[in-house]
Design a protein around this ligand. Structure first.
Ligand SMILES: C[C@@]1(CC(=O)O)c2cc3[nH]c(cc4nc(cc5[nH]c(cc(n2)[C@H]1CCC(=O)O)[C@@](C)(CC(=O)O)[C@@H]5CCC(=O)O)C(CC(=O)O)=C4CCC(=O)O)c(CCC(=O)O)c3CC(=O)O
Ligand SMILES: NC(=O)C1=CN([C@@H]2O[C@H](COP(=O)(O)OP(=O)(O)OC[C@H]3O[C@@H](n4cnc5c(N)ncnc54)[C@H](O)[C@@H]3O)[C@@H](O)[C@H]2O)C=CC1
Length: 214
């Protein structure tokens, strides 16, 4: 199995999680951010999953898995502690369905990477199942390197880039600005504000003379 990285929008997609234990809870923790339609199939669930069901963040069907539960799933997460059940779930996956097999790295066709977000910045680490623990350790190291200040920094980079688009500067000059903004000094909010102020002036000037472009 060879995997490639991809970022995915699951809004309104049907996601079926089979199993309601520790691992299902960990996958749901990630999936709850996605605005997907989340359905959990399991005779019993952890306290957290039960709470999410009460809060109507997920639908919990309190039952053992049956093949029709997988119908029309866009993503199927297999996370029971019973290999025979897991194999039956895999078999019931609709054609073209994304399948995550938590208990068997070589099965299914998608893995969950270790990951964290700093606002618009996502960092994910994967080892193709060789060592999820290494992925977790590298993630923890990167969390220290890319601390909380990156959330605000990404907002700055986003705003600066939008303003630059309005300045009408030649592409090379825009790129020069964008490269400079990668300097560590721009992690400071005061320096960010100063730069945005300057770009705003340039954008206004271009607007006045009608030379703004994309
Ligand atoms: C293939 C994959 C499928 C998938 O789940 O998507 C998979 C498979 C398996 N994991 C197993 C065990 C453990 N997994 C972890 C931890 C994580 N596992 C995650 C992902 C993945 N695990 C996918 C590959 C990702 C990749 O390598 O790129 C992380 C990154 C993300 C997440 O789960 O969301 C998350 C860290 C989250 C974080 O950032 O904190 C720990 C450590 C711990 O829990 O602290 C252990 C115990 C130590 C050990 O065994 O290594 C077992 C054996 C089960 C058994 O023995 O029965 C299998 C099955 C097998 O190996 O075949
Ligand atoms: N991907 C990963 O990171 C890891 C994966 N695993 C694998 O994940 C599996 C699940 O682990 P845990 O969540 O810790 O187990 P667990 O014992 O906490 O949960 C198992 C769940 O499966 C449900 N279940 C059992 N039979 C079912 C059926 N017929 N239909 C629907 N649901 C059923 C149970 O009700 C329970 O909620 C393990 O067998 C292991 O192989 C384990 C550790 C890490």
């Amino acid at each position: 199995m060879t995997v490639i990285p991809i970022m995915i929008d699951l809004e309104d997609k049907k996601v079926v999680v089979v199993g309601g234990g520790k691992i299902a809870k960990r996958k749901l923790d990630v999936l709850l951010d996605s605005e997907a339609e989340l359905i959990v199939i399991s005779p019993s669930v952890t306290k957290e999953i039960n709470l999410w069901a009460e809060e109507e963040k997920i639908i919990w069907k309190q039952k053992e898995f049956e093949p029709q539960d997988a119908e029309e799933a866009f993503l199927l997460v297999i996370a029971t502690d019973n290999p025979t059940v897991n194999a039956a779930v895999r078999k019931a996956a609709p054609p073209n369905c994304l399948v995550n097999a938590s208990g068997e790295a070589e099965s299914g066709n998608v893995h969950f990477p270790a990951h964290f977000k700093r606002g618009k910045l996502s960092i994910a680490v994967a080892t193709a199942g060789a060592s999820p623990m290494l992925a977790k350790m590298i993630k923890q190291e990167l969390q220290m390197q890319f601390d909380e200040s990156y959330e605000q920094y990404l907002e700055f980079l986003y705003s600066a880039r939008q303003l630059l688009k309005q300045t009408g500067l030649p592409r090379s000059a825009k790129e020069e600005y964008l490269r400079n903004f990668l300097d560590q000094s721009f992690l400071h909010p005061e320096i960010q504000q100063q730069a945005l102020g300057e770009l705003q002036l340039l954008a206004n000037k271009a607007g006045d003379s009608g030379q703004g472009s994309n």
